[in-house]
Design a protein around this ligand. Sequence first.
Ligand code: FES
Length: 108
Amino acid sequence: MSNSSHEIRVCSVAELADIPMKRFDVLGRGVLISRVGQKYYATTDTCSHQEVLLDTGELEGTLLTCGAHGAKFDVTTGAVKGLPAMRPLVSYPLRVRNAELFIIVPAE
Ligand code: FES
């Protein structure tokens, strides 16, 4: 049986020390890291409504509001919390190790 997922480094926690969210290109995937206090969450970086990048939006607690038309998502799960988006964001399991963030992605 082969391992069906792997861990990929995204960034260091220091890169989000002063900002609530930041986009990264992780092996061709757009990943948005959101920081809520000292906790970190990883989702896809693009709104499921009309493909707008989400780092132009606002993060309040765990609620991310898209800057384009106001769709809301829970960054802890990717779930939709407000229209006009209908589809959730892809959410990646995230691990913190030695002040570095890693996401777990399914094998291609
Ligand atoms: S593109 Fe995000 S709400 Fe429309």
